[in-house]
Design a binder for this molecule. Structure first.
Ligand code: ATP
Length: 239
């Protein structure tokens, strides 16, 4: 198994507030790694630090063996890491196709970009049907699909997803997880922030729990399901 992403003892602050207090974790190739944690735990801060949107105060981040801590977001995207941001931030005034093309902005292989776009429109037929529609007029689930497809347009080695199911109806959540399972089958490596543990348990191979800016649990699905604290807090176990 090869390590794609290695986060070592990372500290990230907002002014004087330490949001990440020495976080270390690994994401392996070909797997789905899931990051759980209560609101305010620091999950989004970690995603933003890994993608270069925030600069860590200390610690190291290596992606495919190269140091990326403090590197610009566009350089990080070019190196093969793409983020599906929280709250499905698509470009609302742009069409579905324009959104997809925006996802490939760092690529120069135009022919391959067109092929990839066709492939993604095959994978997400509802996006093909709505290719010329303004993204802001899509349903929440469709916008989430578009956000995922747009991130895939950069042809990433690792896809980061920040709470893709939040605020969506149960059936749509199921669809999103079906997409994640398909991507996994195709060999896409995924680092997923998720609060829906029941759904995450279906696709994820490895779990981290973050609490107050620190990693409080690190283990596989079985260890997670057996952990007392997690069972009570996340799986509705009242024993
Ligand atoms: P959620 O599940 O609610 O999205 P999270 O685990 O993603 O939460 P973060 O958004 O990373 O948590 O926030 C971690 C901590 O950093 C919180 O205490 C939050 O209040 C603080 N924080 C986040 N963004 C800022 C900011 N721009 N300025 C100051 N503090 C911030």
């Amino acid at each position: 198994m090869s390590t794609l992403l290695e986060v070592s003892d990372v500290v990230t602050c907002y002014g004087r507030i330490q949001a990440l207090r020495g976080v270390s974790l690994r994401v392996e190739a070909g797997r789905v790694t899931c990051l759980l944690g209560p609101n305010g735990a620091g999950k989004t801060t970690l995603m933003m630090t890994v993608t270069g949107l925030l600069k860590p105060q200390s610690g190291d981040i290596a992606f495919m063996g190269k140091r990326i801590a403090g590197v610009s977001p566009s350089t990080i995207v070019k190196s093969g890491l793409a983020l599906v941001p929280e709250n499905r931030l698509v470009f609302k005034d742009m069409t579905v196709l324009e959104n997809l093309d925006a996802g490939a902005i760092t690529r120069t292989d135009r022919v391959k970009v067109r092929e990839d776009r066709e492939r993604l429109l095959d994978r997400f037929p509802r996006l093909r049907e709505r290719a010329g529609q303004q993204a802001g007029t899509l349903s929440g689930g469709e916008q989430q699909m578009l956000a995922i497809a747009r991130a895939l347009m950069s042809n990433p080695s690792l896809l980061l997803m920040d709470e893709p199911s939040v605020g969506l109806a149960p059936l749509v959540v199921q669809e999103i997880f079906e997409v994640i399972a398909e991507l996994k089958k195709d060999g896409v490596s995924i680092f997923l922030v998720e609060q829906n543990v029941h759904m995450a348990l279906r696709v994820a191979d490895h779990f981290y729990l973050m609490d107050h800016g620190r990693i409080a649990f690190d283990g596989d699905a079985q260890a997670l399901a057996e952990d007392e604290v997690i069972r009570r807090a996340y799986l509705g176990d009242r024993r």
